[in-house]
Design a protein. Sequence first.
Length: 230
Amino acid sequence: MKNKIQIIFLTFIVIFFSACVKNTNVDYSAHIQSNPKSMLLILSDNLGSEANIENSILARSITPLTEAGYYVMPLDVVDQFLKANGYHSHSDIKDIPMDRLYEIFGADSVMYIKALNFGTNYNLVTSQTVVHLSAELYDLKTQELLWSKELPFIEQTEVGRDPISLLVNLITTAVTQVVNTQTNRAKEVLLPIATQSIFYRYDCNDCLLRGEYSPYFRQDAQIKDIVKNK
């Protein structure tokens, strides 16, 4: 490499699904008994470093829940109604009692989604983009917990460099570009995958059961033995 300084960037993507490691046995008896058909979506907390991500998380959650066979209350209608009644922030909305939510919307259930970590952490040569979500489904009439799950989704990028030639200013510029790209990836690439995976994925033993509007209702692999014995 005559008279040239080259900086090589090697990207390693590491994706961790905690549920893939743990063989979790989930009790679905309350979920089956309740059999919710309609659902409210509420973001209960955003503990990540990325601000103003709440609406994106909720919007990305609609498709997998609808495909799973649930009627999800339209976000814009719910948002407008709550704002008209003095609830302007997600912190306000999460504190509304469940019996009040049931009285207002008449939905069978509420799904509280929490962003435990969302954003990009980085140093000089690496960056780690995290979408770490948890979800809890409650019966709005009985206020009983029907299902819950937590799933971290991590993409790690290592920025390599020529060991002989180190130009700090070029490295800093390059790392900044990677971080900006990763921040966009959290919203545009990782978030859709994370919201799909937390609710349903192939051969999942702790995912949300399909709702009554799904053609595969009560055919979930994780309850096949329960259904067979009934």
